[in-house]
Design a protein around this ligand. Structure first.
Ligand code: AMP
Ligand code: GLY
Length: 420
């Protein structure tokens, strides 16, 4: 089969890496891809939002299956458009993608179907939002309603921070139209985890649980980022808790989407907080997580393509999704300054020393004159696989030390919550 993967970050590198191991795959294309992906696939220079051009490419190259990585094309309706053109595509429809594309939609869905989540109110008027926040006090969480690349959320520890966030989202429109509406949430306390699942209508096949590290610095300090590192599975979380999340949250969510007339087909990301009063949803994403995918897919035993094909023919129920009895850790190497302004174009050295069971997933890189240069905030995700978490973690950090570029930053405590 000829497969097209849409996207060009670390997540898509992991997806391409996994698909490249399928005996059924004859050729992989990736749009736009990146220099790491280019070692496994033919990169095509088409933007992820150029849906028509992507569909034309898929027609011309007779692509058998397209996999959509990022949220932007999903929200723009790439799946609807491909299907209208008779093209096989894996991912949720535009309507179903609203579960990520609008926090207000997700919150209303959870309220209606009694799926546990933080209490919230949503506002389009700045003065109303301000007086609500003043009434509630801190800590409190302020979220831009639309897509803001994982950065439209401020967990305000003080009233001052909360007011600043409102000011910046609603008055200075720092997230563009995404901040025209804000969702203000109760602060949830506890440990966070991500549960990804293959979902086809009411069929749910959960993946291994993972944990991201959102803040830029060790000890969960500093501003939120797209994610600074992950590990999976989570040895300190009881399997019965994961069962509970599947039964009380993920399956009811899938069912709710069917009842709402927007059945979900694709990867459903559920971000959760394990609070004293049980697991609660922080957010849904309509796609694989980044960098969760970089630890989850290396642990998947089953052929990913087989799961996708089965799902598309309504047979997901009948596939046995198997996991390796191993652990994976991914450490993100980022550019100095990220998530604020950062420099690009630094030469990356030492990538040739990374060999399996360590993988260097490229997130923000570019190739020039035979060298690999930094080209984004998150530059690389170094994933290592081991028999248990400690082994994977030691190997990941040993490998991180073999790679260097000017201004490199990474957290040194990925996975440490499991050892507390
Ligand atoms: P989100 O983009 O909704 O995942 O939010 C980004 C991060 O902000 C989450 O991963 C959490 O660490 C934090 N966060 C979001 N909502 C809450 C909440 N209600 N209480 C505490 N932390 C939150
Ligand atoms: N790792 C968080 C996300 O993919 O949204």
């Amino acid at each position: 089969m000829k497969v097209l993967v849409i996207g060009g970050g670390g997540r898509e590198h992991a997806i391409v890496w996994k698909l490249s191991q399928s005996p059924k795959v004859t050729q992989i294309y990736c749009a736009p891809g990146n220099p790491g992906i280019a070692e496994l696939a033919e990169c095509v220079s088409i933007a992820v939002s150029d849906i028509k051009k992507l569909a034309d490419f898929a027609q011309k190259e007779q692509i058998d299956l397209t996999f959509v990585g990022p949220e932007e094309p999903l929200s723009l309706g790439i799946v609807n458009y491909f299907k209208e053109q008779g093209l096989a595509v894996y991912g949720p429809s535009k309507e179903a993608s609203l579960i990520e594309g609008s926090k207000a939609f997700a919150k209303e869905l959870m309220m209606k179907y009694q799926i546990p989540t933080a209490k919230y109110s949503s506002f389009t008027n700045y003065e109303d939002a301000l007086s609500f926040v003043r009434g509630e006090g801190a800590p409190i969480v302020i979220k831009a309603d639309g897509l803001a690349a994982g950065k439209g959320v401020v967990v305000a520890k003080t009233l001052e921070e909360a007011e600043e966030a409102l000011q910046s989202m609603m008055q200075e429109v720092s997230f563009g139209s995404a901040g025209a509406r804000v969702v203000i949430e109760e602060f949830l306390e506890g440990e966070e985890l991500t549960l990804l699942a293959f979902v086809n209508r009411t069929t749910v096949k959960a993946m291994v649980p993972a944990q991201d590290h959102k803040q830029v610095n060790d000890g969960d300090k500093g501003p939120n980022t797209g994610g600074m590192g992950t590990y999976a599975p989570l040895p300190h979380i009881d399997p019965s808790m994961i069962e509970r999340i599947i039964n009380e949250i993920v399956k009811p969510t899938a069912k709710a989407m069917v009842e709402e007339g927007c059945p979900y087909e694709g990867i459903l990301y559920t971000g959760l907080m394990l609070t004293k009063s049980g697991p609660k949803v922080i957010e849904y994403n309509a796609r694989f997580g980044d960098p969760e995918t970089q630890v989850v897919l290396p642990l998947l035993e089953t052929d990913l393509l087989e799961i996708l094909i089965a799902s598309l023919s309504g047979e997901l129920e009948n596939v046995e999704v198997k996991w390796k009895d191993k652990s994976a850790v991914c450490v993100i190497m980022s550019s100095a300054g990220y998530p604020g302004p950062y420099e690009k174009g630094q030469v990356i050295k030492g990538l040739e020393h990374i060999t399996y069971p360590t993988i260097a997933f490229h997130a923000g890189t570019t190739a020039k004159d035979g060298e690999i240069l930094t080209n984004g905030g998150r530059v690389l995700g170094i994933t290592a696989i081991g028999d248990h978490l400690k082994e994977a973690r030691d190997l990941a950090y040993q490998s991180v030390e073999k790679v260097s570029f000017i201004g490199v930053h990474y957290r040194t405590d990925i996975g440490s919550k499991a050892f507390r």
